[in-house]
Design a protein around this ligand. Structure first.
Ligand SMILES: [Fe+2]
Ligand SMILES: [Fe+2]
Length: 494
């Protein structure tokens, strides 16, 4: 038998592309479709069906559709919440496509259309044209615009295009969470890179600019205002090698949380965030042997370590120009180990009253240092123990009022705390309760079932009441020391 070469199907583009590459390609086509379809609708609003101006937009939509049909039998453009999808692929709008996206979404919503299906083999230019005129000519103010559209489609014999009704389905909580989580993660890592860059430049004796850091802190401030708990969750991230960078970003996030509680403006938050981010700048010139020493410091090494606030101040002054921001940075750096009662270092001859910014940074700095595993070779404290330890020093090392606000804002079960529930399940606190009288009832992700088996469980809100009994469904029995059980809680935030 002779193989007929014609019978060997050529590899489709789908087979040639990796799944990621395929999605990217489809996303591009999807965006193009939104764009071209919007242009077609705009043109149809201005010109009649026989006008020559309609030809190019029709052809452009068709060209895009053919691109999609290469890989799939139908092209299904649908609207869910405020997002457009091509089949299951969410289309992200960018600056260029912004107008077409939002306008098309508005138009579809007004007509109560939730999806348009263009069938591969049967859609013709003529039907496409008739369909677009139905869309632009249907009055969205009629009681049932969607029925109006489908009725007219039937009368005009359009069978190759189908429409689905729009369902006012809220984007699921999971979806929103996923998006902001991605954003939070990228901001966290971008901030880490910005710190690393500045520290490296100091080490190399090069000119240092904090412009980039300022931009990332600004986006962190924006994010904090909408998604605080995700950012706080990321402060559980630890890395041995990049301890100082993680620590810097964590202190920045925690300081911002405090600033927000204290009613800081966006500008004030940014300044606080920058000062916090670079509070340990002086460590750039301390040798890694000392910084990463696995055993206790000698007295000499302590002396070197204690110099980092003064060194940090020097670096900041060397930054191009002194302005409001560098002054805040100097304050934060100089004061962060001084203690509320100035019993810390650098040693001063006179009593020094710490600025609010310095008091915030020194407090959250201590919390992050205590809960991290990298600091001075100590076993990290679980969040609750760290708070207890710090409460003991309230009024001496820390401003007692700020201490209270801090406990309140991160909760008595801070994000990342491992807890045992009265159902015998094990969970990780992923969000503290927003109401102050429910501070002991955070949101918890279940990570082990009552038998101790690891599970990828639901997130449950401990402040929710059982409808029948009127009592709380579940409560926290006790805190489990995550370090003892070697549970890396940070992975629940990635
Ligand atoms: Fe420090
Ligand atoms: Fe620090």
């Amino acid at each position: 038998m002779v193989n007929d070469p014609k019978q060997i199907e050529p590899l489709s583009t789908r087979q040639l592309l990796s799944p990621k590459g395929f999605d990217e390609e489809m996303a591009k086509k999807g965006k193009e479709l939104v764009n071209q379809f919007y242009i077609l609708m705009k043109t149809a609003q201005i010109h009649g069906p026989t006008n020559v101006a309609m030809e190019a937009p029709i052809e452009n939509v068709f060209r895009t559709l053919r691109g999609v049909w290469q890989w799939s039998d139908d092209a299904y453009l649908r609207l869910e919440g405020d997002y457009l999808f091509l089949d299951e692929l969410k289309l992200k709008m960018d600056i260029d496509g912004f107008t077409s996206f939002t306008s098309l979404i508005d138009a579809l919503k007004q007509l109560q259309i939730g999806g348009i299906l263009f069938k591969k083999s049967s859609t013709t230019g003529d039907e496409l044209k008739r369909f677009v005129y139905i869309l632009v000519q249907t009055d969205p103010n009629t009681p049932e615009p969607f029925e109006g559209v489908t009725q007219r489609m039937k009368t005009m014999g359009i069978a190759s295009i189908e429409v689905d009704p729009f369902e006012e389905k809220k984007e699921s909580f999971d979806d929103i969470l996923r998006d902001t989580k991605e954003m939070a993660k990228s901001t966290y890592f971008r901030t880490m890179t910005a710190v690393a860059e500045v520290m490296d430049n100091i080490k190399l004796g090069q000119a240092v600019s904090v412009k980039r850091a300022k931009r990332v802190v600004q986006s962190m401030v924006d994010l904090l205002l909408q998604e605080e708990s995700t950012l706080l969750g990321l402060t559980t991230l630890r890395s041995h090698d990049e301890y100082t960078h993680h620590h810097s970003v964590n202190v920045c996030i925690l300081s911002l949380t405090m600033g927000q509680r204290l009613g800081y403006s966006k500008k004030e938050l940014t300044e606080l965030g920058i000062a916090a981010l670079f509070h340990d700048m002086g460590k750039a010139s301390i040798s890694p042997e000392i910084l990463n020493k696995p055993t206790d410091f000698t007295e000499e090494e302590w002396q070197v370590m204690r110099r980092h606030p003064i060194l940090g101040v020097k670096y900041v002054i060397k930054l191009k120009g002194i302005n409001e921001m560098t002054i805040r940075m100097v304050t934060g750096i100089f004061e962060h180990h001084l203690n509320y009662d100035s019993s810390g270092y650098p040693k001063l001859d006179t009593k020094w009253e710490l600025s609010l910014l310095g008091r915030i940074i020194s407090l959250v700095d201590c919390y992050d240092a205590l809960t991290s595993s990298r600091v001075y070779n100590r076993v990290p404290y679980p969040p609750d123990k760290a708070l207890k330890f710090m409460l003991n020093k309230s009024g001496r090392a820390f401003d007692p009022i700020l201490m209270k606000i801090f406990v309140n804002s991160i909760g008595i079960f801070p994000i990342g705390t491992l807890v045992l529930l009265d159902t015998n399940e094990l969970g990780v606190v992923v969000q503290t309760s927003s109401s102050p009288d429910r501070i002991d009832r955070p949101k918890v992700k279940i990570i082990a079932d009552p038998s101790g088996m690891e599970v990828d469980g639901d997130v449950i809100d401990l402040s929710e009441l059982n409808e029948k009994t009127g009592r709380f469904r579940t409560s926290i029995l006790k805190i489990i020391d995550s370090t003892k059980y070697k549970v890396d809680v940070s992975r629940y935030f990635l």
